[in-house]
Design a protein around this ligand. Structure first.
Ligand code: IMP
Ligand code: MG
Length: 190
């Protein structure tokens, strides 16, 4: 029987996780900070959060609930990664649902890696002529250089150049549900 009165769970990471980088509490605290900052910065403005499927799903839903000002949500779909290496090309799999003209758009992405996905999404959003476009990335991968340099206004955490999963990030659609962000053991994709 499970103990429904237990308030803290003992956290044993998934066996494929080499190490945990950000646990649930750290993520929650950082998302709350970002939500407060975004609420201040966009006060009185017609804010629309656009999440990039599927990696940003959990981040988007948590962040939205920490933003204290009215805002709308939309989702776009993009796919660029096959396995643990960038395929280099990005395809859009779900388009925008509503008009963005005159709106202040904040693109919410899981990770700023090569920047290719964000560039494609940003260009797609720009065609709608919003009043402004900014990017919020849960993770910023520290790379010596990247294919597309973009201005990312809000960053959750920096990570070294390793393959990470959890809290929305996947490897072949697995590990998204983990409530922490961790480094995937290289044995899994070797
Ligand atoms: P891009 O290389 O910046 O275009 O990243 C494209 C997508 O690849 C991101 O939105 C993620 O979904 C995925 N991705 C990049 N790095 C990682 C990683 O370390 N783990 C899991 N997915 C990643
Ligand atoms: Mg993604």
């Amino acid at each position: 029987m499970t103990d429904s009165t237990a308030s803290t769970a003992v956290h044993v990471p998934h066996e494929d996780i080499e190490r945990v980088l950000f646990d649930e509490a750290a993520i929650r605290a950082r998302v709350a900070e970002l939500g407060r900052k975004i609420s201040e910065d966009y006060k009185g403005r017609p804010l629309v959060l656009i999440g990039v499927l599927k990696g940003s799903l959990f981040f988007l839903s948590d962040l939205s609930r920490k933003i204290e000002i009215p805002h709308k949500l939309d989702l776009v779909g993009a796919r660029s990664y096959v396995g643990a290496g960038s395929s280099g090309s990005v395809s859009v799999t779900k388009d925008l649902d509503f008009e963005l003209r005159g709106k202040d758009v904040l693109i919410v992405e899981d990770i700023y890696d090569s920047g290719r996905t964000l560039k494609v999404i940003r260009d797609m959003v720009a065609l709608e002529r919003p009043a402004s476009i900014e990017i919020c990335a849960m993770l910023w991968k520290d790379l010596p250089s990247r294919a597309c340099d973009l201005e990312v206004r809000y960053v959750g955490f920096h990570v070294e150049n390793v393959f990470v999963v959890g809290y929305g990030l996947d490897y072949l659609e697995r590990y998204r549900h983990l409530d922490y962000i961790g480094v995937l053991s290289p044995e899994v994709y070797r």
